[in-house]
Design a protein around this ligand. Structure first.
Ligand code: GDP
Ligand code: MG
Length: 370
């Protein structure tokens, strides 16, 4: 990259190797023709010999294909927050997601939600909020393992009769590591043995001091089952989202993250995508990991057909060559041939990685191990 052999440098300057070697030697560097010298040394020698050295810019297919330019502030517009529900098993994550979906999504829509795509949008005071509906914990963990940043706010569910449990702590750590604000929902307050004060006490031990105790953590007491305190929770969520001033640029190629994917018997590979920037359009060529294809159909969480999806909108698409892995980033691109080339390149890299031995054993470390 930033190195060149003495011989190569000589030939590019149309000088003899001897001239370059001699010049290096004069300046105290002993080098043979095959020896690599760094950029600064090459520049120095070149100048001595009346030439100029420039760094070579190597553009990969990926760089040619994928638009990673930063948005200008004036191109950004507000977008919906993306919320994940986390917490210990049986503390009520699924119940809360179902309750929100049934009260805030289906209202006014005959039939409500007919399908499950791993994410949905609810309207809170006329503004959309995107909820990830995947088995929260695993999805979030696998996405974080891939470095995907999809969520803006975490709702931490803690059952009031059970308190903080191992997966609660894990969830807190995940959210903190990802720098995502936490709203606590103390659930199951309808239960006789509910003890929300004990939960609040426990929370303080993890640096989550409730607002009502002078801290900064919003704690909402709810019952997902009996529909108590849900509206208050959602209003606090909307408020926290507003403070974050989340923005994106809808006027560029769509890009985001794969939320989940599967192989459908009739429709082939089907993937739920969260658009995070730009606008994804029907007919777009997209690339996601080692999967590539045209967006043949695009459905929203109600199963309605869409032709376009902007930032923070979850969609289910068909048309990819294979089911991509959850957490993989996706990009809409302009050049299909190049996209297929990039996928082939990625597949070759994967094969090479799979074929490589996990651990190289040399004589030394072989004896170390024994
Ligand atoms: P998850 O594992 O976190 O998704 O928890 P679920 O939503 O599946 O709930 C686990 C169990 O707790 C189920 O039997 C729910 O009916 C029950 N449950 C959830 N929320 C409440 C609640 O607010 N009050 C009561 N009494 N039970 C609840
Ligand atoms: Mg569940």
């Amino acid at each position: 990259p930033d190195e060149i052999s003495v011989g190569e440098l000589a030939s590019r300057m149309k000088k003899t190797g001897a001239e370059v070697v001699k010049c290096l030697m004069k300046n105290g560097v002993m080098a043979s023709l095959s020896q690599m010298i760094d950029f600064d040394t090459a520049s120095f020698v070149a100048e001595e010999l009346g030439c100029k050295v420039e760094k070579e810019v190597v553009v990969t297919i990926e760089e040619k294909l994928i638009d990673t330019t930063e948005d200008r502030p004036e191109d950004l517009v507000p977008r919906a927050p993306v919320v994940v529900v986390m917490g210990h098993v049986d503390h009520g994550k699924t119940s809360l997601l179902d309750t929100i979906r049934n009260t805030s999504v289906a209202s006014g829509e005959a039939g409500g939600i007919t399908q499950h795509i791993g994410a949905y949008q609810a309207q809170i005071n006329g503004k959309p909020i995107t909820f990830l509906d995947t088995p929260g914990h695993e999805a979030f963990t696998s996405m974080r393992a891939r470095g995907a940043m999809v969520t803006d706010i975490a709702i931490l569910m803690v059952a009031a009769d059970d308190g903080i449990m191992p997966q609660t702590v894990e969830s807190i750590n995940h959210a903190k590591a990802a720098n995502i604000p936490i709203i606590v929902a103390v659930n199951k307050i309808d239960k006789e043995n509910a003890n929300p004060d004990r939960v609040m006490q426990q929370l303080t031990e993890y640096g989550l001091v409730p607002e009502e105790w002078g801290g900064e953590t919003i704690v909402c007491k709810i019952s997902a089952k009996k529909h108590i305190g849900i509206e208050n929770l959602l209003e606090n969520l909307a408020l926290l989202a507003e403070v974050q001033e989340l923005k994106a640029n809808p006027n560029r190629a769509g890009q985001g993250t794969v939320i989940e994917a599967r192989l459908d018997k009739g429709r082939g590979p089907v993937a739920t995508l969260l658009v995070q920037n730009g606008t994804l359009k029907q007919g777009d060529i997209i690339i996601a990991g080692t999967s590539v294809g045209r967006v043949r159909t695009m459905l929203d969480y109600r199963g309605n057909r869409l032709t376009e999806a902007g930032p923070s909108v979850p969609v289910e698409i068909a048309g990819l060559s294979e089911a991509p892995v959850a957490g993989a980033p996706f990009f809409a691109v302009a050049d299909e041939r190049m996209a297929r080339e990039l996928v082939e390149q990625r597949k070759a890299e994967e094969r090479a990685k799979a074929a490589a031995p996990v651990q190289k054993v040399s004589l030394e470390n072989l004896f170390d191990q024994i």
